[in-house]
Design a protein around this ligand. Structure first.
Ligand code: GLU
Length: 307
């Protein structure tokens, strides 16, 4: 298959959609990003990489980081983790408080904010403090992406902290149900920092490769999780990776994926490749508008999906 040609065609077809969508503005530092930008990268098992657009331009990965922290926590706690978070789609916006109240502080899944905050809390408990936990998260993402220099944007993290009342509220509510062990502010700040990691689509696509290949990176041959855990993470991406538009994404794209409000989306085609796409304009669910269309087009043109 001529993947470069397919990506080039997608790039042409996607142009009219770049001006549509709305950049996330509830994090002021993200509101300043020009929305008419697009990048897409696929990485194959043999190390071949195909890209189009601004694939070397770094952006805020935001909720995509939840895949990496969930991977780390699952590796440490295994099934025990599910005592504190579920694996059901929420059918609610990513930062909803309502469900959390009537489900007694147990978040529906690790990819809504409440669930990711619990995951971060579990890492802080395991590693002893928030600095060590953040260092482990950063080193893990550096290792899987192949970029040792990778870092987070403290301007974005602080901007989110300044406007993070809702996430702090989620933390306090869970603490009131004894589902948060560490200090709410420290935990939420660590969560904001890992959301503020900046990566480009080449790095992100590379970082997702181990999840497309049952937990073992086919290029470095390093195993990060068991095939069973990789299956679970892919399943949760498929059912919960796009907030309350997860059903729609599964329906139209048919791939496990995870989006972030920075406009990035990652996806896996198990046994074949990993994909990352970026375009900052979001649809009404907070998922990249052009990015979602690009993935749908890719699935259609290649005939690749998990179904
Ligand atoms: N850091 C963002 C928040 O907590 C992540 C949201 C997202 O990417 O969907 O609001």
């Amino acid at each position: 298959m001529n993947y470069q040609q397919i990506l080039d065609d997608i790039y042409t077809e996607i142009q009219p959609y770049l001006s549509k969508g709305k950049v996330a503005d509830y994090i002021p530092a993200l509101a300043e990003i020009p929305k008419e930008q697009f990048a897409m990268t696929i990485t194959l098992a043999d190390g071949r990489v195909f890209s189009v657009g601004e694939s070397k331009k770094c952006f805020s990965i935001q909720s995509i980081s939840k895949v990496f922290t969930f991977t780390l926590a699952l590796n440490i706690y295994s099934k025990e983790l599910y005592k504190r978070i579920g694996v059901e789609p929420s059918g609610n916006p990513f930062n909803s408080l309502v469900q959390l109240e009537y489900e007694r502080g147990i978040p529906r899944n690790p990819f809504i904010n409440a669930g990711a905050i619990v995951v971060t809390d579990s890492l802080i408990s395991h590693y002893g403090d928030e600095y060590k936990a953040l260092e482990v998260i950063m080193n893990f993402v550096r290792e899987i992406s192949g970029n040792e220099e990778l870092s987070f944007d403290s301007i974005v993290a602080n901007s989110e902290m300044e406007h993070g009342d809702r996430n702090r509220a989620l933390g306090h509510l869970m603490k009131s149900f004894s589902n948060l062990d560490n200090d709410v502010i420290d935990t939420v700040m660590t969560y904001f920092k890992h959301c503020a990691i900046t990566m480009n689509t080449e790095e992100l696509s590379r970082a997702m490769l181990f999840l497309a290949f049952a937990g073992t990176d086919p290029i470095s041959k390093k195993t990060f999780i068991t095939p069973r855990q990789a299956k679970r993470i892919n399943a949760v991406m498929l059912t919960c990776g796009h907030y309350d538009a997860s059903g729609e994404f599964a329906f139209h794209v048919g791939l496990p994926g995870k989006s972030g409000v920075g406009g990035g989306i990652v996806a896996t085609i198990p046994g074949k490749m990993s994909i990352a796409v970026w375009s900052p304009g979001l649809n009404k669910y907070g998922n990249s508008l052009a990015g979602t269309i690009a993935l749908e087009t890719f699935a259609t043109k290649t005939g690749l999906s998990i179904f």
